[in-house]
Design a protein around this ligand. Sequence first.
Ligand SMILES: NC(=O)c1ccc[n+]([C@@H]2O[C@H](COP(=O)([O-])OP(=O)(O)OC[C@H]3O[C@@H](n4cnc5c(N)ncnc54)[C@H](OP(=O)(O)O)[C@@H]3O)[C@@H](O)[C@H]2O)c1
Length: 328
Amino acid sequence: MFTALVIDEKDGKVTPSIQTVAEDQLPAGEVTLEARYSTLNYKDGMVLNGIGKLVRSYPHVPGVDVAGIVRDSSDSRFSPGDEVLVGGYRFGEIRWGGYAQLVRVPADWIVPLPKGLSLFQAMAFGTAGFSAMMAVDALERHGMEPSQREVLVTGAVGGVGSIAVALLAALGYNVAASTGRPEEGQYLRHLGANTIIERSELETVVSKPLERERWGGCIDNVGGSTLGHVLSQLGIGASIASVGLAGGSTFTGNVMPFLLRGVNILGIDSVSLEINKRAKVWHRLADVFPLGLLESMTSEVKLQDLEKLGKEILEGRVKGRLVVNVRG
Ligand SMILES: NC(=O)c1ccc[n+]([C@@H]2O[C@H](COP(=O)([O-])OP(=O)(O)OC[C@H]3O[C@@H](n4cnc5c(N)ncnc54)[C@H](OP(=O)(O)O)[C@@H]3O)[C@@H](O)[C@H]2O)c1
């Protein structure tokens, strides 16, 4: 038997509760983990609140990330005692996830814990950090360099945003952070932002096809009207990595920035990236991120806190990253 946060569904309404679950309820898979930590991402907030049709069947254990220790494995790549992490492939959505003390997954989904990271730090990054790293990789593959204009991060006080700001700054970029919480300016500057921009400045629907060239790149966690607006301000050849939709999933824009400035929108999909490329992203993140900053953007919470926090993250009220101690 083990403890898990389980979501039950009745008449279309979902209810999370802490339950004791029998091990034989776990899904099939080659590797069973003793979970130590999970995280709260925006998508977890959606699952906890039954939004977005992300879950196929109930009862369901959410948690799109987990870090833990292999308890047993029928796959020769993993042995008892190995420290590992799992995220992506719709773990925690169409399959039971990390809000549990015991987790079973296919061996092909597992990334060995990168050297230099603790299990806690791996979950302080979680899908948020992983996606921020993917976004930087994609922007750099498309020519972004520190010597160019400032790089913008939208939704900067959130999980992906906080990590993106610190990551870009550590790589030598000049970072502009856009936020609806200007009172967090000092926090963002501590992470490495040079310029703080009010969210309202960018979320108005853009009226001109081209505005002044302002950004050497953008990691956009917000979508909506902000994406179209930022598009009109990208420098020649610059790109936006489209990561999130916290401000809306549709956007209005103009094709002129594509035609007259050769800009790009790069889609970031952290779920489907194949496992070898996944491990590379994790390793770069562990190598380049200033781990001293991770603590200042991370709080530890318990399974019992997640119902409340799952609502707060959807309302844009969570700051930085939350690590879930599933044994706390
Ligand atoms: N593509 C992928 O693979 C992938 C992976 C991870 C996450 N995501 C997406 O990335 C986004 C961020 O995820 P997260 O876990 O970092 O969530 P988060 O911690 O809640 O961060 C989202 C941030 O967006 C801003 N925001 C919230 N509501 C807004 C609104 N109505 N209009 C404009 N800005 C708003 C807030 O930042 P400020 O207070 O600073 O304005 C908030 O902190 C989510 O949409 C998530 O689904 C996608």
